[in-house]
Design a protein around this ligand. Structure first.
Ligand code: ADP
Ligand code: ASP
Ligand code: MG
Length: 395
């Protein structure tokens, strides 16, 4: 069994969706399960609409236009009517939800998940039209998560049971499930999302639950490069990358993978392959346990909107448990730290701009002197060889 995740960029035109159908047909013997993102740009528009009621009419019009174009280019007139009916129904639901100025995080998740709900229906219908039996699966009854809305974490045991119960009967009937990426739900049924770009994570979660033989991430570039190929024109395609390097690359900004994708894959020992929908014959990049590593530095990534927090205290000198005290405060405020540097009297940490940071700094200031800079950028060198090669650092 393979899990094939198609990102928003792979669904942005009817031609791309037709390639998706061909890729699926070619891999039918591997019993594929598809995971799809929202069509490119749709999640951004939905999110904008939750910021201001003023944006709402334009947002709905924009989303309708994006999907109508796909429907027109993919289906005959009779089918167009059927598919449009579903899309209209869902857009009316979203429109009703967009009725006020300020939303709780749970309400935002409920709204932005509609991008995937609509795209998974269109892809299912496209596959059926292409002659492949397919069934839409909305993941609110599949991936069970905690209630950290906007960046929810899946609960492995509960999710595994649901994934097996829901997806196996479908694949046994030789029907291809088309699962909504990005979304899940809490134990009591409230819709959650897994963080921006989270459909990659959905694919890995399903792969983990079903012990898939491979998780494929189909996107708009040939695989993982030594740097973002849209920025560094001389970036080179990497044939293999280790799990650790892929995790770090993603965590330090490479958008090609959601940072949490690798964890379930490592746990289940599943290889992840990043492939280009526009060049399906390519081999892509294989992320696995023991790749053939050639260079100490594998890639360079960058991340924007970083905060740097410097914490000073003379109490740190020769004291025990001071660092623990600092990190307890970060944990208490649900703040996730990226990089740490420690000296005798100071600790510096970087983290993504975080709405809880001011409260965290206030708590830390009670026992240390704290300064911070927001909206910084960070460039990272990634490579398993870096730690074992001091000459790399010297160079
Ligand atoms: P999808 O819609 O398929 O999820 P994304 O836009 O989320 O696509 O991710 C693919 C993009 O990731 C590429 O278009 C590329 O610009 C960007 N990217 C950043 N760093 C890298 C890298 N090291 N290798 C490949 N792509 C990268
Ligand atoms: N549609 C979601 C986003 O734009 C999830 C994804 O694309 O993976 O963040
Ligand atoms: Mg993505």
């Amino acid at each position: 069994m393979i899990i094939s995740k198609f990102g928003g960029t792979s669904l942005s035109t009817a031609d791309r969706i037709k390639i998706l159908c061909k890729i699926t047909e070619k891999g039918l013997d591997k019993r594929p399960i598809l995971v799809v993102s929202a069509v490119s740009g749709v999640t951004d528009v939905l999110l904008d609409a939750t910021f201001s009621l003023k944006n709402k009419p334009l947002s709905i019009t924009k989303i309708r236009k994006i999907h109508n174009q796909l429907i027109k280019d993919l289906f005959n007139v009779k089918k167009q009517k059927e598919v449009s009916k579903y899309v209209d129904l869902k857009l009316n639901e979203v429109s009703r939800l967009l009725c006020k100025e300020n939303y709780k995080k749970a309400e935002v998740d409920n709204i932005i998940a509609y991008g995937e709900i609509i795209s998974s229906y269109i892809v299912t219908q496209a596959l059926e039209t292409f002659g492949i039996k397919a069934q839409q699966v909305v993941a609110n009854n599949l991936i069970v998560t905690d209630d950290n809305f906007g960046s929810a974490e899946f609960l492995p045991a509960l999710t595994q049971k649901k994934v097996i119960d829901v997806l196996e009967p479908i694949t046994k009937k030789n029907i291809v499930p088309v699962v909504t990426g990005f979304m899940g739900s809490t134990k009591d049924g409230q819709i959650t999302t897994l963080g921006r770009g989270g459909s990659d994570y959905s694919a890995a979660i399903i792969g983990f639950c079903l012990k898939a033989s491979e998780v494929q991430i189909w996107t708009d570039v040939d695989g993982i490069f030594t740097a973002d190929p849209k920025i560094a024109k001389n970036a080179k395609l990497l044939q293999q990358v280790s799990y650790k390097e892929a995790s770090e690359l993603a965590a330090f900004g490479a958008k090609v993978l959601h940072p949490r994708t690798i964890k379930p894959a490592i746990k289940a020992g599943i290889p992840v392959r990043v492939l280009n929908t526009l060049k399906p014959e390519g081999k892509g990049t294989l992320i696995c346990d023991k790749p053939d590593l050639q260079n100490p530095i594998t890639a360079i990534s960058y991340k924007r909107k970083i905060s740097l927090v410097n914490i000073y205290s003379t109490e740190m000198l020769f004291s025990k448990g001071f660092l623990a005290r600092i990190f307890k405060e970060f944990a208490k405020h649900n703040i996730s730290v990226d990089l740490v540097s420690v000296s005798e009297v100071s600790v510096s940490v970087t983290l993504e701009n975080d709405e809880n940071l001011d409260a965290g700094i206030k708590s830390l200031s009670k026992f240390s002197s704290v300064s911070s800079n927001k909206n910084l950028g960070m460039v990272s060198l990634i490579g398993e060889g870096i730690v074992t090669s001091s000459s790399t650092i010297r160079r």
